[in-house]
Each structure stands twice: as C-alpha cells, then as structure tokens.
Design a protein around this ligand. Structure first.
Ligand code: EPZ
Length: 419
C-alpha cells in the first residue's frame, strides 16, 4: 500500500487542469451495456474506480479499451451475472443493474457492501425497478432481477436523505427501453445525472426534465452506439479550491465547469475567498484571513456532501466557530478523528460538526478512510507545521487522478512512498 508524505507550509501557486468527472463516467460506462454497438467516451479520468468498472464490463462480456482518457466499449455479446469479487470493491457498480435489466431482461448483482461513510442501502433502486415491473429477489448477498419487459410507470425516488443519484441513474437507464412512459418524481438533479441523460439521448433515448426533480422517459426499442465527452469533475475542482485557500496560495483551475460549483463557490466567497471566473477557468485565492461560516450539505444544487470533509479541514484553521451539518450521509465524519490528531478542535453534535478554528495544525501520521476524507487529510497536511503521513492512499487513487503529481506541479511538497 502507498502513503503520501506531505511537508506543510508551501502555498499552492500556478495552474491545474481539472480531470473528467468520476461520478459521471461511471454511470455512462454502465450505460454502454444498453447497446450492442460500439461507444467512445472521452475525458475519462484514469482512476481505480474507473478501472474496476471496466473490469466489470469485461467480465460481463464487453470488449473494452482505455487509452489517453478515451474508453472504447462494445457490449455486443454480454451476459447478466456480475462477480462478487469486483462488485464488492465499488458501490457504484450497482448502476449496471438497470442497463442489464433493460437489455437482457435479467441481472444478478452482488449487494454492495456498506462503507465507512455509512450504510449504503439500495432500497430506492429496487423499489423503482419493481415499479417498472421487475421481479426482485435477494439471495445469498445477490440481487436477482428479472423482467421480460419493463413497463413505463410513475416512480418516486425520494428517501429520508433526499433523492438518490445512482438510483435515478438506474431507473432512467432501465426506463429508456421500457414499454411506454416513465416519470421519475424526486429525481436527483446532479450534473452527473444530466450528463448521463445527454449520453442516453445521443443513443436515441427520449428523455426530458434531466437536471430537475421530475424526469420523463419514453421507452424506445433500440439504442445506438455513440461518442461522448464527460463533464469536468466538480469535486476535484472543489478540492483544489480548498487547497488554494488552506495553503494561502493562488490557483488557476482550467477545464472545469464553474456552473456546477455554485454552492461551493458561494460558501468560500462568504468565507472571504476571492474567486474570479472566466469561461471554464477560475482564479481563486485568499486576500486575507478567512472568516468562519455555517454550511449544510444537501442534494444538488446544495453544498455537496462530497465536499464536507475538505470544508472541515479548511475551517479547522480559520479563526472563529464554523459549523457544517451533514444531511446526506449523517455518519460521514471518519476524518474528524484524524484531523484532531493534527490538533483540530472539532465537536460532533449528532451529524453536525462544530469547528473551533485553531492557530495551526501539526503534522502527524494519519489514516485515510474514504475517498474524500483522505483528500481532506492531504489538504490539512499542506498547511500543518511539519510532516503529515497519509496512509492507505488507495482511497484517494479511487477518485483523484494523479493528485500528488498535480499538487507538486503547483508547489506542494508531497511524495508517494511504499508503506
Ligand atoms: C453518489 O452516490 C456519489 N457516487 C457519491 O459520491 C455521493 O456522495 C452521493 O451520490 C451523494 O451525492 C457516485 O456517483 C458514484 P445516493 P450514491 O444514492 O448514488 C440514501 C464520492 O465521493 N439512499 O445519492 O450511492 C443514501 O444512504 C462518492 O465520489 C437510500 O436511503 O448516493 C444516502 O444517505 C461518495 N436508499 C442518500 O440516500 C437508496 O436506495 C444519498 O445517496 C439509495 C440511497
């Protein structure tokens, strides 16, 4: 296993290119199962989660190549059974369920395990597919779904934590081949859901309302192979925005979609950041001490839960008391104990973190736990006095393309070592 060794105290200065979105590429790769024709997808980040998904597609019988950010998939001859060994590694693999059911009329998927950010149920996915006429059985840790023909229907996807991103993806993909019209109420509005809808529309799907809470899909008989360019990764961009501020630096981010970062930009401006946006580029710096603020994580367009850990790291060194309430994954606070090992003063009241800004953090050996928590620990290491060792960086490699190389290119002292 690799670790990162970070020497704090170096402001990030320079320009960083934002990679393609992991959370857009994953469901789009699953959607290639909907057609026997070849698909070409550009701007795909080279991450372990992406490589897992490609392995799953290959296991299902698809032909796959991945070179220089471009994936070529041809799912002409596929079967419907995934392998537990692959699926257990990545929850997002659940989003092959809808396409397999639509294409083959059956699918066997291992139930995704939980993970450190909390229980990861799929009840809304299964309820939605049953509403479309699928028979669902759960046996020995597998979901076995079958539907000779899916029938368009009205599907409500609201759960107690809001809508479901991958659940919306699954139902939307299944509905593209259902008989009649499907209406998804309380759909997820994330940009990644919209990007998937654009991909499906290119394939010949009839979809309206993507990006709103109500999506309408009229089933068609065939979907063709297409070419697509994945949207930029808004969470990688948000992570580097925090990197610029926490290190007292000045970064130019390029090839991003600023319109996908409204809540993050608003919160950081409220804290005193200077953010200038020109087209698909952003210049961000702190012109003076930042101010403590309060934030609530919500489904899009609210402040993203995937930025909560990074926000905690930043606010731990901002004078005053900041507050972040986690409304999407209430248990997503594994990073707090590690930040406290670095001297952060953070109290957890239920699913709300009360952050008392300290003068500085101290470098320490810390343990990565989940993708975004790990990124937060690297950010904390950038500003901490001394050396921070972040262990188990495979968590980071799941969702950030060459993050150590990118950070070094703008002045960070960070090196990857074998643990
Ligand atoms: C997607 O996960 C993202 N992953 C997550 O990003 C992100 O944190 C999450 O959406 C929320 O924005 C990908 O897109 C691959 P949800 P997803 O279903 O779709 C509950 C990262 O760091 N729920 O929107 O699995 C669930 O427990 C990852 O890149 C049910 O109750 O999340 C949670 O509390 C981490 N029943 C809430 O809804 C269900 O059937 C939102 O989950 C499904 C979800």
């Amino acid at each position: 296993m690799d670790k990162f060794v970070v020497h704090g105290g170096n402001p990030l200065r320079g320009s960083l290119r934002i990679s393609g979105s992991k959370n857009s590429a994953l469901p789009i790769l699953a959607a290639t199962l909907l057609t026997p024709e070849p698909c070409i997808i550009h701007n795909v980040p080279n991450l372990s989660d992406i490589r897992y998904m490609l392995q799953i597609l290959q296991h299902l019988g698809a032909e796959v190549t991945f070179e220089n950010g471009t994936v070529r998939v041809c799912a002409a001859n596929i079967h419907s059974e995934t392998s537990y060994d692959l699926v257990r590694k990545m929850r997002a693999s659940i989003c092959v369920l809808g396409p397999l059911l639509a294409r083959l009329g059956r699918a066997t998927i291992s139930l995704p395990g939980g993970c450190v950010i909390g229980d990861r149920p799929i009840d809304l996915h299964l309820k939605g597919l049953e509403t479309l006429g699928a028979q669902i059985e759960v046996e020995e840790g597998n979901v076995i779904a079958s539907a000779p023909r899916l029938i368009g229907s009205e599907v409500f996807l609201g759960g107690k934590f809001g809508s479901t991103v991958l659940g919306t993806d699954n139902i939307m993909m299944a509905a593209t081949r259902a008989k009649g019209v499907t209406i998804i109420e309380s759909a997820a509005c994330e940009p990644e859901v919209r990007d998937l809808a654009e991909f499906l529309i290119k394939m010949g799907a009839k979809i309206q309302g993507q990006g709103t809470r109500r999506i309408e899909i009229e089933g068609v008989d065939f979907l063709r192979g297409v070419e697509h360019h994945v949207i930029p990764d808004r969470i990688e961009a948000g992570t580097f925005m925090v990197g610029a501020l926490i290190s007292g630096g000045d970064l130019r981010l390029t090839h991003l979609a600023p319109e996908h970062l409204g809540a993050v930009t608003n919160a950081l401006k409220q804290a005193g950041a200077e953010i200038k946006i020109e087209g698909n580029e952003m210049q961000i710096r702190a012109t003076g001490p930042l101010k403590s603020i309060e934030v609530i994580t919500e489904t899009y367009p609210g402040f993203p839960t995937d930025m909560q850990a990074q926000f905690c790291a930043l606010m731990s060194v901002v004078p005053g008391i900041s507050v972040i309430a986690e409304k999407v994954f209430p248990n997503r606070f594994m990073h707090l104990s590690e930040l406290k090992r670095m001297g952060a003063k953070i109290d957890l009241e239920g699913s709300t973190a009360i952050i008392h800004g300290v003068d500085h953090l101290g470098g320490a050996p810390v343990m990565a736990s989940d993708l975004r928590a790990s990124a937060a620990l690297v950010l904390a290491g950038l500003v901490a006095k001394g050396v921070t060792t972040v262990n188990r960086v495979y968590h980071i490699d799941r969702g950030y393309e060459k993050i150590d190389e990118k950070l070094r290119s703008v002045g960070a002292v960070i090196e990857r070592q074998k643990e």
